[in-house]
Design a protein around this ligand. Structure first.
Ligand code: TYM
Length: 380
């Protein structure tokens, strides 16, 4: 029995990513594949370089298809339960990098149905309001509006119903019980829902590549069981680790962990400062004197981990921060200040882009080139 669990809904305990790769049956991104990505893309995203993007399924086959000219497409998603936090933006930023590099179509599924079914405390109208807010945050990431289609499950369902039924007919109750831990008291909506998360991988007769944290991988296992029987490719996937919560480097930042565990994309400067200063777990020593003498531990220091995952892309600067902290030159409060400044700069820009996003919703959802084509299609 492992002392951690990872499901699409919950991450508990300290995740051993090597064990998880074995448990899920995925493949580690090794040096050779990293080099191949670098050669194809011209450079490597810091998350790839630093092993935060660490695992995959069939990424080599995606690169083969790209080189042969048959191409591929991207698909990712968001379940709109509450405000989005910094963790949710991590796979989206990486997805944007992939779209910029490969210039491919991207489908973003907003699973209002899933969250309504899973969260019994939410009313339909609450989920809809949250979805609308989340869509603004997603658009603010800066995807290509002509090559990106953002759709809400409840709205797009009429265009996908035949394909959804075809797929659902292939997935048995015992599969979803085994894969997702559903049981006899799981509502039937939730038992059916995995079919909907699978079908965007069939939106084109090309290989699909899904960037997401590894918690979503169980869906891709189901997809890979049924895809070829339905005449489509088994999907490829590229997995990130989890951005840890403020309280410590194990587990994942989540919306249900309480406001003090996460930085929300809507937080203002003061809130960010207070949360980091008050809650961010530090690898520093209890007193300044001891810290100067013994140095801090960057492996367990949440501010350092966040800088290395997302907020300090410059390798040399990051190395200096690490050395200074370990050597006792940089204090805990100073490390926190570095992170606070970085997050606030990032969020200031995000808030501006989010305001502009209001005018772009139509393009991404209805009128952009890809969106228009998609609304004109019935998927069978
Ligand atoms: P949701 O809304 O729970 O999560 C959205 C995306 O954020 C990732 N994620 C994280 N990544 C890094 N660190 C974290 N702490 C963290 N917490 C969440 C998730 O892996 C996901 O990529 N069922 C899905 C919605 C969905 C979807 C998809 C997601 C539908 N189709 C295709 C990815 C790809 C959900 O509820 O995601």
């Amino acid at each position: 029995m492992e002392n951690f669990t990872v499901t699409p809904w919950e991450v508990n305990g300290s995740v051993d990513y090597d064990k998880l790769i074995k448990q899920f049956g995925t493949t580690r991104i090794d040096e050779k594949l990293r080099e191949r990505m670098k050669k194809t893309c011209g450079d490597l995203h810091p998350m790839l370089k630093r092993d935060f993007v660490f695992s995959h399924r069939d990424l080599g086959a995606v690169l083969d298809d790209y080189e042969k000219g048959s191409g591929f497409f991207l698909y990712t998603g968001r379940g709109p339960s509450k405000s989005m936090h910094i963790g949710h933006i991590v796979p989206l930023l990486f997805t944007k990098w992939l779209q910029d590099k490969f210039k491919v179509n991207l489908y973003i599924e907003i699973t209002d149905d899933e969250k309504f079914l899973y969260r019994k405390e939410y009313e339909w109208k609450d989920v809809q309001a949250t979805a609308q807010q989340n869509i603004l945050d997603i658009i603010a990431v800066g995807f290509d509006p002509e090559r990106t289609f953002i759709f809400k499950d409840s709205e797009y369902v009429k265009n996908v119903y035949p394909l959804l039924m075809k797929t659902a007919r292939k997935i048995t109750a015992s599969t979803v019980k085994a894969v997702f831990g559903f049981n006899d008291s799981t509502n039937i909506g939730l038992s059916f829902y995995p079919a909907y998360q699978v079908i965007p991988t069939f939106f084109e007769k090309k290989r699909c590549l899904i960037p997401a944290a590894i918690d979503q991988d169980p869906y891709w296992r189901v997809q890979r069981d049924v895809a070829e029987g339905l005449g489509y490719y088994k999907t490829a996937a590229i997995h990130t680790k989890f951005l840890p919560p403020l309280q410590g480097v194990s587990g994942k930042m989540s919306s249900s962990g309480g406001a003090e565990t996460a930085i929300l994309l809507t937080d203002d400067e003061k809130t960010v400062k207070n949360k980091i200063n008050k809650y961010a777990f530090s690898g520093g020593q209890p007193t300044v004197e001891e810290h100067r003498r013994l140095g801090g531990n960057t492996d367990i220091d949440v501010p350092y981990q966040w800088l290395s995952i997302l907020f300090e892309p410059d390798d040399l600067k990051l190395k200096k921060i690490q050395e200074d902290y370990r050597g006792g030159k940089l204090l805990t409060g100073e490390m926190k200040m570095l992170l606070i400044d970085k997050i606030n700069t990032f969020l200031k820009e995000h808030h501006e882009k989010r305001k502009k996003a209001e005018k772009e919703i139509d393009k991404f959802m209805y009128t952009g080139s890809l969106a228009k084509t998609m609304w004109g299609k019935i998927h069978e």
